[in-house]
Design a binder for this molecule. Structure first.
Ligand code: ZN
Ligand code: ZN
Length: 1018
């Protein structure tokens, strides 16, 4: 076997390399191969939070999300897990309905019914499926390895059936029921909104703010004064709430008396610009039960007909003294708090507004008007009947529908509810036993959200959603269906059901126990229930109990910070309700992608950037690198400049591998033949330093990845590749790799570098799958027997604690400081790095520097290009200080002391310096001639008479360093240079001509012959 390290293309041509990897993966079926190889490993259930396919281009934040997921999946595969990687799409919901409404030019639910539900729902499905396919392509472009051949789609029948099953379970456990709930309602979309949706969007709205007098029953000139900003809820007034702990007064105003909170008197006086004379003060409790006449008694039949109501009730929680009058108009049909207090007092619920937000018949003269539009007429009527004390307009922040921007109204409606409020304790327990990254996501954010836990209204009055599987009869009998099979078995109408959606499902009628016919209720399910059921619905539970048993619950989920109140919450609810526990073990939360000014990215703001643009300009890996180095739970402010900067890192990574691959390949380095163990005695201190750094990097990156802190792992890897390898080790071993002989010293450098690079490559693979695959295939794949087919089957590296040597690493920091300080002195004195100097004196008392000098003595001499390095105590520097002024020494300071550099040069020193100058230029010419690193040359050097003889003393060195077979040094004369590549150079103000040409073929034979011989000797 002669496996050895292969050659990597010199240029990091991003497009070509990524194309190469894409082709390689698809032609060799690499994804399938990797999955198959890991199929018998322990399970790791990753659950994809499904994006909405409401557009064909995923938001750049969604791309970050998917890349995070991909790197977690790949990491776990490399650690030996069988990872479940099914992606999902959240296909139902109003945003899609709205897109289709726009496309078809319809505006209301009635319009939709007119054009036909069948057509409408089919359009919705096509839209969702087309966008899902397009988004899938975008994710695949980013190298996201998920099972794109079979994503879970929430609109598929098998998914819907699992939703049905879970609702039936909840029903059996008494957790699913029908009831009246006060909800936020969009009158334009004619449906309820989730609490989560309500907080999504607010607008500054201009509304009336009015002070209204309700006459006290039986007392002619006495009123209780209420305040409201929703005059349209006055037709539904049922009571007035006061605070039992506050003080109230009766105050004279003209010939009238007003009841209000004492604390509000001043504010009211300011409004009405007139004084109120307090004639009595008493606690709020005294007002309980006080009866009044509604201000709209004569105009609104429902007010007139109200039998139980129109009296004062008490509420400590819901009456504040910060605004209004301390007497709160209460309409349980239009306010959650009002409803709550109403229940306590058994008050009736008046709700006079229909689904479109228009007044019903019970509202008398206002019926048919839109609620908010009736405000002005109501105010006019109050004025006319003397009930209006004062009115003004105010601007306040009010929730609007996040989809259509219509101001929301609050109304009590009949809804289907999953009763989760009573499960609060177990929710909190589950949150505590979940691992949250970062931990404050769960410890504070999620728990805060749970503090206000309410029952879950799961019904929506729309079309494109999972139909609620509830059939009812006129006799009130209710049946919840758990599967398609169960439904068709009981059907008395049809057995043909093309899919489970509206309107087809509504054709199915069932027979009631009473003999009547049962019809499905018209509601569909809130989309959050769909996605919340994903942990088991994506497994098609309960169809394949073995599969559920194997995978469930999910080991890991990751979504954006908005999902605390969204998906994380929905998952928890459906999990606890039907499976009895949280469906996930670990949650990672990430930030948003914002523009460079910190604003959200929207097409309408013109600051929308797609991942595709980044790929076009920079490449897939750089997109991944850019988003993955961001602290996961912070927001990413997108910046092209930053991307450009980061792309330099990938160049450095590539070049580091190129350096290694070039020399290792020239020497046909065989890692299998030269294991580090065998070379233990040949390792230099800097080799052992790099091994220590490698093991430490593995240790730290592993810990970071296990903690899902991918950015931390990536930053460690960057430091390792850029600082430790590119800026340090690779520089330090250049001379060792250039030496032609196959010494163990060279093999030791190769073996060390190979181990470091292979480890780094394996760890970079989850983040940068394209670049790493190309490097692996070119350089590593055939370097050792038994290397796997793809970098994605390379195991995550393992570290050994005993290889991590703190002292070596600390000492190296000091050695590096000395080396760079000497370089600074040389720069100041215009003394070339290539010019050897006689000695360097280090004045330091530091222990670490002393041990660094000892540990890295050879390295220090070589890298500072000095013949000796001496350490002296700090107090003995006088002698050198004196000589600085005489120009004998130069000095600089580093963190641990002073460095003196001897500036005196002998002839020998100068000759060596000159020779190195010549070598550097000839090496540049070799590059310009496009020579292979191992090809031999011959040629001439024409040197001036001043330095010619000096240079001749270095002929052997020169010949060797420039890989020449023959090299003539000619002094002061020009030769005909036919057939040579020649160039004139100026070195130290003198003119030189170098003329070179390649020696073809024979040289290679010579070399390989020699190598064969060497091999036999071993
Ligand atoms: Zn709306
Ligand atoms: Zn019946």
């Amino acid at each position: 076997m002669d496996e050895h390290v292969g050659v990597l293309p010199k240029q990091y041509d991003v497009k070509a390399i990524e194309q190469y990897t894409q082709n390689f993966w698809s032609q060799s079926g690499i994804y399938e191969l990797v999955k198959k190889r890991k199929s018998r490993c322990p399970k790791f259930y990753f659950l994809d939070g499904p994006p909405f396919p409401s557009s064909d281009t995923p938001h750049i934040g969604t791309c970050w999300n998917k890349v995070l997921k991909d790197s977690v999946i790949r990491f776990h595969r490399s650690r030996g897990f069988n990872v479940r990687d099914q992606p999902g799409y959240d296909c139902h919901g109003l945003p899609i309905e709205l897109a289709i409404e726009q496309k078809l030019g319809v505006k209301t639910k009635k319009d939709i019914e007119r054009i036909g539900l069948e057509r409408f729902v089919n359009e919705c499905r096509d839209f969702a499926e087309k966008n899902s396919e397009s988004m899938t392509r975008a994710f695949q472009e980013l190298g996201v390895w998920m099972d794109w051949s079979s994503p879970y789609m929430t609109h598929n029948d098998d998914y819907i059936e699992s939703d049905w099953w879970s609702l039936k379970e909840a029903w059996k456990n008494g957790l699913f029921e029908h009831g009246l709930r006060v909800v936020h309602w969009c009158p334009r979309d004619e449906t309820v909104l989730s609490d989560y949706e309500v907080v999504l969007e607010y607008k500054m709205l201009r509304d009336p703010s009015i002070y209204v007098k309700f006459r006290i029953e039986g007392r002619e000139k006495e009123s209780i004064l209420i305040w409201t900003t929703t005059p349209w809820t006055l037709p539904s007034n049922v009571a007035v709430m006061v605070n039992p702990d506050a003080e109230y007064v009766i105050a004279r105003f003209g010939d009238e008396s007003l009841i209000l909170a004492k604390a509000r008197v001043k504010a009211i006086e300011e409004k009405i610009q007139s004084q109120l004379d307090i004639i009595d003060t008493f606690p709020g409790t005294k007002l309980e039960g006080l009866r009044y006449r509604s201000a709209l008694q004569e105009l609104v039949p429902a007010q007139k007909e109200l039998t139980n109501g129109h009296y004062v009730v008490l509420s400590k929680e819901h009456v504040t003294l910060e605004e209004g009058t301390g007497c709160v108009h209460s309409a349980p049909g239009h306010g959650e708090e009002d409803y709550e207090v109403g229940l306590k007092y058994h008050l009736p619920i008046l709700m006079l507004v229909n689904d479109q937000g228009k007044f019903l018949d019970g509202a008398g003269k206002y019926s048919g008007q839109s609620a908010r539009e009736a405000n002005q007429e109501i105010i006019g009527d109050l004025k006319a009947n003397g009930a209006l004390l004062y009115s003004e307009d105010i601007e306040h922040r009010s929730p609007v529908c996040w989809r259509c921007k219509t101001p929301l109204i609050i109304r009590a409606t009949e809804q289907w509810i999953v009763r989760v409020a009573q499960l609060k304790e177990s929710f909190i327990k589950e949150v505590d036993s979940t691992r949250w990254v970062p931990d404050w996501a769960g410890a504070s954010q999620f728990k805060n959200w749970l503090a206000d836990l309410k029952d879950w209204v799961v019904s929506r009055q729309r079309f494109w959603g999972t139909p609620l599987p509830v059939w009812i009869c006129a006799c009130n009998e209710t049946r919840v269906i758990g599967s398609k099979e169960e439904l068709l078995k009981q059907s008395i109408s049809t057995t043909e059901l093309p899919n489970l959606h509206v309107p087809w499902v509504d054709k199915v009628k069932l027979r009631c126990k009473c003999g009547g016919e049962m019809t499905r209720i018209p509601d569909v399910m809130v989309g959050w229930y769909d996605s919340g059921a994903a942990s088991y619905a994506s497994l098609q539970h309960p169809k394949y109990p073995e599969i559920t048993k194997y995978w469930w619950p999910a080991d890991f989920i990751v979504e954006g910070r908005d999902q605390i109140s969204g998906w994380f919450f929905s998952l928890l609810k459906t999990g606890v309700v039907v499976m009895g526990r949280s469906p996930y073990k670990t949650v990672l939360m990430h930030g948003f992608v914002l523009d460079d000014k910190g604003r959200e990215m929207h097409k309408s703001l013109g600051n929308f950037v797609t991942a595709e643009e980044v790929i076009q300009k920079f490449g897939r890996d750089i997109f991944r690198y850019y988003v993955l180095q961001t602290t996961i739970w912070e927001d990413l402010k997108f910046s092209w400049d930053a991307i450009k900067q980061y792309s330099g890192d990938l160049d450095t990574f590539w070049n580091t591998f190129v350096f290694a691959s070039t020399y290792m390949n020239l020497d046909k380095f065989q890692p299998k033949r030269w294991p580090l163990k065998r070379l233990a005695r040949s390792l230099r201190p800097e080799d052992r330093w790099l091994l220590s750094r490698t093991h430490r990097t593995i240790k730290e990156a592993t810990a970071a990845m296990e903690d899902y802190k991918i950015h931390e792992a990536l930053r460690k890897l960057k430091t390792f590749l850029v600082e430790d390898l590119s800026h340090t080790y690779v520089r330090y071993i250049r001379r060792r790799t250039w030496i032609e002989k196959q010494t163990t010293d060279k093999q030791a450098a190769y073996a060390t570098l190979y181990f470091a690079l292979k480890s780094a490559l394996a760890m970079l693979t989850p983040m940068l799958p394209f670049l790493t695959e190309a490097i692996y295939q070119h350089m590593f794949r055939n370097a050792e027997p038994g290397n796997p087919e793809t970098v994605h089957l390379l195991n995550w590296p393992v570290y050994e604690d005993k290889m991590i040597i703190d002292s070596l690493e600390t000492e190296m920091e000091f050695a590096k400081a000395i080396i760079s300080t000497v370089a600074v002195i040389r720069g100041e004195k215009a003394l070339k790095q290539r010019q050897p100097v006689r000695r360097i004196i280090l004045a330091t008392d530091s222990k670490v520097t002393r041990s660094a000098l000892k540990a890295y003595s050879d390295l220090l001499l070589e890298q500072t290009n000095t013949r000796s390095m001496v350490r002296i105590p700090k107090e003995k520097t006088a002698k050198y200080e004196r000589e600085i002024s005489g120009g004998q020494f130069a000095k600089s300071t580093f963190q641990d002391g002073d460095i003196y550099l001897d500036l005196k040069l002998t002839k020998q020193d100068i000759a060596e310096g000159l020779a190195r100058d010549v070598v550097r230029r000839i090496q540049q010419m070799r590059k310009e001639m496009d020579l292979k690193v191992d090809s031999y040359i011959e040629g001439y050097i024409v040197a001036p008479s001043t330095t010619g003889n000096l240079l001749k003393t270095q002929q052997r060195y020169l010949t060797h360093e420039i890989r020449a077979k023959r090299l003539a040094i000619l002094i002061g004369r020009e030769e005909p240079l036919e057939g040579y590549f020649s160039k004139t150079w100026e070195i130290e103000k003198a003119k030189y001509v170098f003329a070179l040409r390649e020696i073809p073929i024979q040289s290679k034979n010579v070399k390989s012959k020699r190598r064969t011989k060497t091999t036999r000797c071993r």
